[in-house]
Design a protein around this ligand. Structure first.
Ligand SMILES: [Zn+2]
Length: 130
């Protein structure tokens, strides 16, 4: 997550529990290669699958983020900066060979966990073939 979103947020914990129920094991808050002050919320090491959990408001979710009516001059640029940093984090991870799966706060944790589990299984299968 980010400095603004904090660690171990509620949507992140719900997703971690759902992944655990599917029998998946992972590391949390793994440093981003090339940006050690940022971290991957949920990382599947050998498969190189990185899950980034984004809060709808702070990360500018296309469905839920709304410009602040009270103070757009402050909040707009802050959210834009978060989005730019998210994009940069994804770029760094992809450059290091990771598959990046962003998950929005509003997504159903079980549905997101199923999507992640399928990606992890596919990456493990292709690693075995090499
Ligand atoms: Zn949302």
């Amino acid at each position: 997550m980010t400095a603004t979103g904090g660690r171990d947020t509620r949507p992140e914990m719900a997703l971690r529990r759902a992944l655990h129920r599917l029998g998946l094991r992972y590391r949390v808050h793994r440093p981003v290669p090339g940006a050690p002050r940022r971290s991957v919320d949920i990382a599947f090491g050998p498969a190189k699958v990185a899950v980034l959990v984004h809060g709808c408001y702070w990360h500018g979710c296309p469905d839920h983020a709304r410009p602040s009516a009270t103070n757009p001059g402050y909040w707009g640029p802050k959210i834009a900066a978060n989005k730019a940093r998210d994009a940069d984090t994804e770029r760094l991870l992809r450059a290091a060979g990771w598959l990046v799966l962003p998950v929005w706060e509003h997504e159903d944790p079980d549905a997101a966990a199923s999507r992640i589990a399928a990606a992890v299984r596919a990456r493990r299968a292709s690693a075995r073939e090499r």
